[in-house]
Ligand binder design. Sequence first.
Ligand code: AMP
Ligand code: MG
Length: 405
Amino acid sequence: MTPLEDAQAFVLESCPPREPVTMPREQAGGLVLADVVVSTEIVPPFNNTAVDGYAVRSVDVATVPVELTVVGEIAAGAAPDGNVGPGETIRIMTGAPMPPGADAVVMVEYSERLGEDDAGNERVRLSESVAAGTAVRGAGDDVVVGEELFFEGTQITPAIEGVLASINAQEVRVYPRLKVAVLSTGDELITDGSPLAPGQIRESNKIMLAGMLAEAGCQVVDLGVVRDDEVELERVLRDAAVECDAIVSSGGVSMGDYDVVKAVLGRIADMTWMQMAIKPAKPFAFGKLDGVPVFGLPGNPVSSMVSFELMARPALRRMMGHTQLARTSVVAIVDHDLRRNADGKLHFMRVNGGFAEDGRYHVAPVNAQGSHQLAATASADAMAVVPDGDGINAGSEVAVLLLQS
Ligand code: AMP
Ligand code: MG
C-alpha cells in the first residue's frame, strides 16, 4: 500500500499551476492573483465628510453653543461650491467633498435650524465643539498611489473585488479557472427518476462530485453516466481530454471484471494505479491522458468523496494557483470513542464537531462509517484522522480536517 503522503506528493508534483492570464476584473471573482496588485489611484479621491452635518472652521465652534450663517449645501456627488469663512458653515451630506475653509464637521444631531435672520441669512445653532479633522475622511487614507495591496497567491474575495473596482483596476492577472470534466461509470446507475429495475441503483457520485468541483472554484463539464463499455468510455475520455483541463471519474478503478475505467485508461493514458494506505478510499488512480490530469476515484460514494477531498481537490487547487491546498486542520477533543481495527491504514472517520465552553473543538463520530453509507457521511462536517491502532478513547485528542473550511 502507498502511504497517503507519498500519493499526495506524487499527484501534486504532476499538477503545477496553470499559465496565468490577464482578464477583466468582473470575470475574476474567486480566482487567485498571479501578480501583485499596485494601486494607480488614491482612495478616497478627495477629503470628504464621514457624517451628515455642518462643515465648520473648528475655531468657530471652540465655544458652544454657537450660531453660524449657513452659506450653502453640498450633497454627495456634488462638487464643492463656496468657501466657509469666519462665522459661516455649509450643510453637508455623508461622502460630499469638504468645502475650502472648513476643517471639521459637526453632526446634524448637534444642530438646530434657526430660520432666517433679519438680513435673510439662514442661521444654525451648533452645540458640539469639534477638533480640526473631526469626521473628515482624508484623501488617500484608505489607499495611496503605488501601494501594493494584494499579493500573488491571494484569492479574489468579494471584498477584494470591491477594492479592485475602487482603484479602477480594469484587468487582473490571475490563474485561470479550471474546466473539469466529471463522469461516473457503471451499468447499474440510473439518473432518470424511473422505478429501479433489479440490480439498478440511483447515481449519486457525479452529482456530489460536480458540486464539490464547483465549490472548489472549477467550471464543471458534466459528461454524465458512461456505461461499462470500453468503446464508449474511450470516446468520452478522449473528447474530455481535448475540451477540459482535468478529468474526474468515479467507479471502475478496483479489481472487478467490469472495471472498464481501469481497462481503458490503462490502455490510452499514462496511469498509476494505487492502493493507498487509507480507509475509506483505498483504490485510486492518477495519470495523464494527452497531458491532461485524470483522477480515477473509487465508486463507493464515501470513498469517492474522501478521495476527492484528499487527492483531487488539493491538486486542482494547486493548478488554480492556490498555496493553501488542504482543508484547515485542528486538534480536537474526542467526545465518544473512535474505534477502529489495526490494519496498516490511516482512517478518515467522519465526525461532527463544534467549539465547546472550554474553548476546544470537540468531535463525535457520525452514526455509520461504511464506505457505501453516504447519508451518514453527508451529515458530517469534519474528518478525524485516526492513526493505525485500535482507535482513540473519549477524552483524548485527534487531528481533524474541517470540511467546510
Ligand atoms: P466500482 O468502483 O465501480 O466497483 O463501484 C463500487 C460500488 O460503488 C458499487 O456498489 C457501485 O454500485 C457503487 N457506485 C459506483 N458508482 C456510483 C455512482 N456514481 N453513484 C452511486 N454509487 C456508485
Ligand atoms: Mg462499477
